[in-house]
Structure formats: structure tokens, C-alpha cells
Design a protein around this ligand. Sequence first.
Ligand code: ADP
Ligand code: MG
Length: 328
Amino acid sequence: MTPLLEIRDLAVHFAADEGRVEAVDGISLTVRRGEILGLVGESGSGKSVTALAVLRLIRPPGRIVRGSIRFDGRELLDLSEEAMRHVRGSQIAMIFQSPRTALNPVLPVGRQIARLFELHRGCSGHEAWQRTLEILRLVGIPEPERRASQYAHQLSGGMCQRVMIAMAVATEPRLLLADEPTTGLDVSIAAQILDLLRELGRRTGASMVLITHDLGVVAGVCDRVAVMHAGQLVECSDVHGLFKHPAHPYTRALVRSIPRVDREVTMEPIPGAVPSVLEPPPGCRYADRCPWVIDRCREVKPELLPLEHDHEVACHAVEPSNVVPARS
Ligand code: ADP
Ligand code: MG
């Protein structure tokens, strides 16, 4: 079966006064049916830009300069704007990082959801309202009748995120792009939101891309994980394989930087600053931070190559024989 989403050699650039910002530099990535794929990397690595590119929401001065994005076998980059609006309205939904600002401040949250049922599902006013209450219940909002008539500013951050999730799943999308959905929420609320997303994915069969800068979040929720660094994809693996045998030196540093409460392992910061993606030099963008760097790294960008089953890495210095288990 074809994968639900297949990104090939996607590159997104922004024209800035200082030059060309190469935010996404030729990444290839697959999302399978029904899976949760984690997309991780430090801030600025191109995760949000990748998600926006999938929805074709990159606005000038940004531009998709090359690549292919196939959704269920259809090339999204060839669709008309109208066809693309249909995809956004009913096939692929995005959950943004700051739910409160993404919600309409002057419309009760229930009305915002009901509008989706009217617009995309052709429901009558009464039916749309009933379905709104149902979906608010589904995402764990207590007293949905009362909450539905409130405004975003009357709800807590966690509640707003639940409303956003309700809006995202109202149209029964087949792919959910969740961009740092728990940032800014406290730990216990964040855990509940992640549980909710996982449960919704399981129930609806939708695939999900969970964007996070936190590999710890990935461990409990995702099936597979793709690691981005400065606009390049450096590693892609099933979650178990990635934690057990992180291959790319950047992934190894990320794994070592996860705080552990169960063992006395100190967290290690990742050495070096995130490199600029403003007209970067050719080659691997991790080269300046990398303990394994060789000359070739600064000249030729490493390709993503299979390492073992369901595990690919883009690194000139990695060979199957030198992938050792993560420190345990
Ligand atoms: P992440 O989500 O991983 O934190 P982003 O995808 O938001 O990172 O950004 C990737 C890069 O693209 C960053 O270097 C950022 O500065 C740049 N970028 C994003 N949006 C714009 C824009 N509108 N104009 C110029 N550069 C941008
Ligand atoms: Mg982001």
C-alpha cells in the first residue's frame, strides 16, 4: 500500500535581506497509515516550515523551491488552490502551538466548531451544535454545554488545546499535523493532551505527525521518529531502534540530553550552537558541532541511507559496525 504521506527532496527557502534562508534542505520523509511519526529537532531546525509546506501554507518571502509531497498518492504541489483548500478542510488538519491565539477571540468556541460541521459536513444548525457537544465530550471537556458558549480567554491553556484538537478532528482528517501541541502547558496537562492525541489516533485510524523539540515526548507516544537538524533530516527510525541504537552523532547527543528521573545519568547539553541556515556552506550542517567530522562532511551532503530494518541515517561517518547501543 502506498504510504499516506510521502515527502521527497523537499526544499523551502525564504528570501531575507541578508540572503537566502534555507529553512528546509531537501528532506525525504514518509508517514504510514495509522502511525504517529515524531518530528524532532532543536528550535529553528525546520519542523514547522515542513508542516506548513505539507499544507502549502508557506507564504512569501518563503517558497517551496523543489521536491514532491504526495498525499495518498496525489501530488499536493500540483493541486489547484481550490483543491488544496479542500485537502486542508477535510483531509489534513493542523494543531498549532499556541491554541489561544489560533482560536477566534470574538466567537464562542462551540460556534467555531459548529461552523466546521456546517461548512464541511453540511450539517444543519441544530445537528452541528449536537455534534459540537459530542466532540467536546470526546476530547475530554467537562460540561460541554457550558464550555461551548464560552470564549477562548475564559478557558485555560489546556482547555484551549482540547478545543483546537476538537476542531482539528471535527472534519475527520486522515492526517493530523500537531506542531508542539503541549508547549506552554504544565507537565500533567501536557501528558493528558498527548494521551488524548494518541487515543484519537487509535480510534480514528488517522496518521499523525507530532512535532516536538523534546525527544522525551516522542518516547511515550510515537511509532517512528524523524530527526531534523538545521533544515536537514539526519535520521529516521522506529522509536525503539532510535533510542536503542541512535546512529547520527546529533541524535546521540539528543538522546543523551534527555533528563532521566529513573537513573543517575546527568543530562548533557549538545555541544555548539545551532548553525545558521542563512546561505549555509555545502555538506552536513552538523559538521561544526560533530565529534566525528571528516573532510567529506564539509563538501558533500550525506544522503539518508538504510542502516538496518526501518532505520535510516544521513552521516558519512556512520557504518553499521560503529553503531553502538546508547549508554544504558
Ligand atoms: P522549528 O519549527 O523547527 O523551530 P521553523 O520551521 O519555524 O523551525 O524555522 C526554520 C527556519 O526557517 C528558521 O531558521 C527560521 O528562522 C526560518 N524561517 C521560518 N519562517 C520564516 C520567515 N517567514 N522568514 C524568514 N525565515 C523564516
Ligand atoms: Mg516550530
